[in-house]
Design a protein around this ligand. Structure first.
Ligand code: PLP
Length: 401
């Protein structure tokens, strides 16, 4: 790898990331290429972002056309794309209004502020509690971090927001007990991504719906990782039957252009007035154009059906793989979002896969996570699983089954 790149970063970049020693310089479809021309099959897509793969020609044309027309005019004025994008998200989510921002954590932050504003507008000043889930990850800014469970992320930045209760994601009774008349909202990921790709159960989702209906608490679904077609369904809250009033999205929406959104119920939107929230870049023309292109591909372009179909192929191949390796204790997920839980640390597997030109990542310590681009084909899935098969044969299993 190019030592100059590494040396320059070592001198000038704040070291918040542990990078693998590869410099990527270009991409095409599901492939990335490093500075020595080596090809990698990308099953992580920039952590769920490159939904259309890399260097998608249609997206590149749309972005270039927008750059030649107008990139940004601020939220002081109207432009033609923001309303169109919000309308498309409304059709997909069933929630009529959107606020645009630039990342997943900002989308969550927006939801938390809108929850506060909702109760404030009703004159209810003591409904300040939040219920979140153990194992949750919602982002790195203060509000999102406050509802993120992992103590390693939280502890150096305390004190965070008070009055947050974390409940186990598989315990409907504990959830029911935690939601009270003082609960402003419950916040959850329908599939917990950073905890090792763990879908919530339908029984737990029912308990959430019942607790929110009984107490009047709002429900925030963080679909930053699992939403917008990643599972072969527009949103995973549909799959679980959850009834959120607020949905946070990001990642896949811009297909690589930074954009996030809070999509909300009319009652929530009605509580928010001019000046309550804002973002300089939020919903600018570049972001909206990219997101509109992505949604065109997803719905009219048939990509959603493609994800559902190749997702079934990926699941079948993963289940067969699990049968072949004693080190695999579970495979979980849906569509193109999967976790392979091992009985050993996943880091050596991820590293060995990288060495064989396959990008996957580790989450939850022992889980290999797969978040491929939506455009992946059956043949590319086969190639990836065959590589994982070889890698897993080389990595010693922990306790055998
Ligand atoms: N919420 C979930 C469920 C996520 O997976 C992430 C990122 O991984 C975030 C929020 C934060 O998104 P971002 O990194 O774009 O701020």
């Amino acid at each position: 790898m190019n030592e100059t790149v590494q040396a320059l970063e070592a001198r000038h970049i704040v070291s918040t990331y542990r990078r693998a020693p590869v410099v990527f310089v270009r991409g095409r479809g599901v492939f990335l290429y490093d500075d020595e021309g080596r090809e990698y099959l990308d099953l992580i897509s920039g952590v769920g972002v490159a939904s259309l793969g890399h260097a998608h020609p249609g997206l590149a044309d749309a972005i270039a056309d927008q750059a030649r027309t107008l990139l940004h005019c601020s939220n002081l004025f109207y432009h033609p794309l923001q309303g169109r994008l919000a309308e498309r998200l409304a059709v997909l989510s069933g929630l009529p209004r959107a606020f645009f921002c630039n990342s997943g954590t900002e989308a969550v932050e927006t939801c938390l502020k809108f929850v506060r504003r909702y109760w404030h507008a009703r004159g209810v000043r003591d409904r300040l509690d939040l219920v979140a889930l153990e194992g949750s990850f919602h982002g790195r800014t203060y509000g999102s971090l406050s509802v993120t469970a992992d103590v390693h992320y939280r502890e150096p930045f305390a004190p965070l927001l008070p009055r947050i209760t974390f409940v186990p994601p598989d315990d409907p009774a504990r959830l029911a007990g935690a939601v009270t008349a003082a609960t402003a909202a419950v916040i959850l990921e329908p599939i917990q991504g950073e905890r090792g790709v763990r879908p919530l159960s339908i029984a737990f989702a029912q308990a959430v719906n019942e607790a929110c209906a009984r107490s009047g608490a709002l429900l925030v679904a963080d679909e930053v990782q699992c939403g917008l077609g990643r599972t072969g369904n527009p949103f995973y809250f549909y799959t679980l039957g959850l009834k959120p009033q607020l949905v946070a999205v990001g990642k896949a929406l811009g297909a690589g252009v930074p954009v996030g959104a809070a999509i909300v119920h009319e009652d929530v939107a009605r509580a928010v007035s001019a000046g309550d929230h804002g973002s300089t870049y939020g919903g600018n023309l570049l972001a909206c154009r990219a997101a509109l292109f992505f949604l065109d591909q997803l719905v009219a372009g048939g990509l959603l059906a493609h994800v559902a179909r190749v997702g079934r192929h990926l699941e079948a191949r993963l289940r067969t793989l699990a049968g072949r390796h004693a080190s695999i204790v579970d495979v979980r997920g849906a569509g193109l979002m999967w976790g392979i839980e091992l009985n050993v640390d996943a880091a050596p597997v991820v590293e060995a896969a990288l060495g064989r030109g396959l990008l996957v990542n580790r989450t939850g310590g022992t889980v290999v996570r797969l978040l491929p681009p939506y455009v992946i084909t059956d043949a590319e899935i086969d190639r990836a699983i065959d590589t994982l098969d070889v890698v897993l044969s080389e990595v010693p299993a922990g306790v055998s089954r």
